[in-house]
Design a protein around this ligand. Structure first.
Ligand code: AMP
Ligand code: MG
Length: 425
């Protein structure tokens, strides 16, 4: 027996027809469950490893730093030689520079002039910064107290030999590349880059540079998707723009599935259209047509065509961008072998009202500001229609408004997903 459930009896504002939609979290879970990382690793030179994903963990081959060394310019000495109160007069017996260690030993009543990064000489157990001492000829006067270990960076303090420097599945950004270099590694094992084929569908689509006929629009989805893929360090295959003709769609899709690990299309997945993508997908692959409780971007096709993962994104550009960021990106990151596929999340207070009807999780576009009290505030970027690409171009984050929420009043705390981090990669 089936029951007909009203959308939300309690709230007459609920968007009609949204009760049975698939929750975003559930859609994301199902998608991620279907994705396995690409097999195959290759070696990449460090200079070419930016954005690549480590195929295996990297172990620390030696203590970093390799030896105790000085954190300051000053004098290396034995802390016990300096009284807690009063001062000690020590004989300066040599100098240690970064890359030029002092080869002797620091004995009782002795000190060695030392620079930042120079190896701590044998016998010494502390460094006193030069601003604290008085140099007098070949002697130095050091006021107490001096703590053993003062201004000394210990061997292995950053990373101990044998520890895991970076886990398998780490995406290499500037800091990770710096770390690998500090370990003396010139090459690293990275996963093969997934190949992702992209094509647009639609008779109305023209390419930038071409004139527009009546009813035509420019194909903005494909350049945007190719840019997103480039940003993820994936190998994109641009299969162009395909008219709404069964033969053309079939041919392009079959080729895409042969050549790529994943296929992304835009347009032609809403129901009730004269739309060949849906038919072809049914014929060529195992593809489900989902209605996800996401705004924008309700219709989404997901499944497999041959050996390739398939994502049929909606046609409207903002829907494409949002569904890519929320549902496709985590899957492609996992396909690439990345361990952590969750978005960066912050919380901010609504600076202005956000209009919303209960029924779908809404990913509006916002601008972040730091308020006078130091907390984050977020304001909408104007009209939020799924065709209004300028709302995204002006934005700095997605503002995630919960499925059951209605209008959001100023001052309400909301979740935001910032577009950019600080590190340029
Ligand atoms: P569809 O899902 O194919 O009906 O497309 C929905 C809306 O998105 C229509 O207004 C299309 O013209 C538009 N659209 C589809 N593909 C693109 C594209 N590649 N670039 C810009 N707009 C598109
Ligand atoms: Mg279309």
């Amino acid at each position: 027996m089936s029951t007909i459930r009203p959308d939300t009896a309690a709230d007459p504002c609920t968007e009609p027809g949204t009760a049975g939609l698939l929750d975003v979290a559930e859609a994301r879970r199902r998608i991620l469950e279907a994705v396995r990382p690409v097999e195959g690793a290759e070696e990449a030179a460090l200079g070419e490893a930016l954005g690549r994903v480590l195929a295996e963990a990297v172990a620390v081959p030696f203590d970093v730093p390799p030896a105790d060394n000085s954190a300051m310019d000053g004098y290396a000495l034995r802390a016990g030689d300096v009284p807690a109160e009063g001062e000690a007069r020590l004989r300066v017996v040599g100098a240690a520079f970064a890359g030029h260690p002092f080869t002797g030993r620091v004995g009782a009543g002795e000190a060695v002039r030392i620079m930042t990064g120079a190896v701590l000489p044998e016998g010494a157990d502390a460094v006193v910064m030069q601003e604290r001492v008085r140099a007098e000829g070949d002697e130095v006067v050091v006021p107490g107290p001096v703590r053993p270990g003062e201004n000394v960076r210990r061997a292995g303090e950053d990373l101990a030999r044998g520890a895991e420097a970076l886990a398998a599945g780490t995406r290499l950004g500037p800091a990770q590349i710096g770390l690998l270099a500090s370990l003396g590694l010139a090459r690293v094992a990275v996963r093969r880059r997934p190949r992702v084929a992209v094509f647009s569908t639609g008779d109305e689509l023209r390419q930038p540079g071409e004139p527009l006929g009546p009813g035509d629009i420019y194909d903005s989805n494909r350049p945007m998707l190719l840019a997103l893929l480039a940003g993820l360090g994936l190998e994109a295959r641009d299969l162009g723009c395909v008219p709404d003709e069964r033969g053309a769609v079939e041919e392009t899709l079959a080729r895409a599935a042969r050549e790529a690990d994943a296929v992304l299309t835009s347009g032609g997945v809403s129901v009730g259209e004269a739309d060949h993508v849906t038919e072809v997908l049914r014929a060529l692959g195992e593809v489900g047509f989902w209605k996800v409780a996401i705004k924008p971007g309700k219709p989404l096709a997901f499944g497999r065509v041959g050996g390739a993962l398939f994502f049929g994104l909606p046609g409207n550009p903002v829907s494409v961008l949002v569904t890519f960021l929320v549902l496709v990106q985590p899957a492609l990151r996992r396909l690439a072998g990345e361990r952590d596929v969750d978005p960066p999340v912050a919380r901010a207070r609504a600076r202005a009202p956000f209009r919303k009807r209960p029924g779908r999780t809404d990913y509006q576009r916002g601008v972040l500001h730091v308020a006078a009290d130091g907390t984050l505030e977020v304001a909408p970027t104007g009209p939020q229609g799924s065709h209004v690409l300028s709302s995204v171009a002006r934005a700095g984050c997605l503002v995630v408004l919960p499925r059951e929420a209605g209008d959001i009043a100023p001052g309400t705390w909301v979740e935001v997903h910032p577009f950019r981090g600080l590190m340029p990669c």
